[in-house]
Design a protein around this ligand. Structure first.
Ligand SMILES: Nc1ncnc2c1ncn2[C@@H]1O[C@H](COP(=O)(O)OP(=O)(O)OP(=O)(O)O)[C@@H](O)[C@H]1O
Ligand SMILES: [Mg+2]
Length: 266
């Protein structure tokens, strides 16, 4: 029996550091990059956390730690209140609960797999239901992300960038996650469809009670969707507060610099 209370964080990072070895330096002493420097964050159901900061500040590395794709150099990752355990069973449980949407769906999706198989794949891997149940679930997923059934038989290159990102979002929902970590999910899209994908994420969060981590270099995009915002600079969270407080009463110089930068239209 789990004693985890759904009001508590699903994922909590405590004092996480990630030091990457870079490709420069000598064979004996490679240079290092302190990509994530003492980051602490909580991710809850029904809540959107925005992470904003310029390129290279450590957003994606933080995201990868949250979903278990990147090991921290030091610090603690708690999943439903307990330190993340190694081993297949624990990883599987976390994999079902926390899923990720990447910036570029054209590389995140297998180019040789039709949409039906892309969406069936996680259900097959986790052995969920009968073949008919799985196909029904795939059809539901398409409807949830606003794609027609005719999308079942197409390859990623046969649909638009916005539709591909909808497929990637559908796949991220396949196992009924608690949390979706979306790393720049609209940055590779045409401006005209960015708002649609943002609204889809927003609607899914509300309808399914999901927790959302929304990562962007653009503070106005983050503002649109987030309940709270963490501002990152050079691997550190320099300020974390409600969206209203970040915009109305920024405490940190770097936050003010971001707010002063050119406003964008999502
Ligand atoms: N696998 C890796 N090996 C070595 N260095 C890495 C690796 N991944 C990231 N880095 C470095 O760590 C730092 C943080 O990178 P990260 O990708 O987390 O930043 P980001 O905020 O997501 O940037 P962007 O907005 O460009 O996506 C950068 O200096 C980057 O070059
Ligand atoms: Mg990134």
């Amino acid at each position: 029996m789990s004693t985890w209370d759904p009001a508590e964080p699903v994922i909590e990072l405590q004092n996480i550091h990630v030091i990457h070895k870079s490709r420069t330096g000598t064979m004996f002493k490679r240079d290092t990059v302190h990509a994530v420097n003492d980051v602490s964050l909580q991710v809850r159901k029904g809540h959107t956390l925005g992470i904003v900061g310029e390129s290279g500040c450590g957003k994606s590395t933080t995201a990868r730690v949250m979903v278990g794709l990147q090991e921290a150099t030091s610090g603690t990752v708690l999943f439903k209140g307990k330190p993340v355990a190694r081993g297949a069973k624990a990883q599987k449980e976390m994999g079902m609960s926390v899923s990720m949407v990447f910036q570029d769906a054209s590389t995140a999706l297998n180019p040789r797999m039709i949409v039906r198989d892309t969406l069936l794949d996680p259900l097959n891997v986790h052995g969920i239901g009968s073949p008919k149940d799985r196909l029904d679930k795939v059809k539901d997923l398409l409807a949830v992300v606003g794609l027609p059934l005719s999308a079942l038989d197409v390859l990623p290159r046969q649909i638009s960038g916005g539709q591909r990102q909808r497929v990637a979002i559908a796949r991220s929902l396949a196992l009924g996650p608690d949390i979706i970590v979306a790393d720049e999910p609209t940055s590779a899209l045409d401006v005209s469809v960015r708002a649609q994908v943002l609204n889809l994420l927003q609607d899914l969060k509300a309808a399914l009670g999901l927790g959302l981590v929304f990562i962007s270099h653009d503070i106005n995009t983050v503002r649109y969707i987030s309940d709270t915002i963490a501002v990152m600079n050079a691997g550190k969270i320099v300020e974390q507060n409600t969206t209203a407080e970040i915009f109305d009463n920024p405490q940190n110089d770097y936050t003010r610099t971001l707010l002063d930068s050119v406003p964008s239209l999502i």
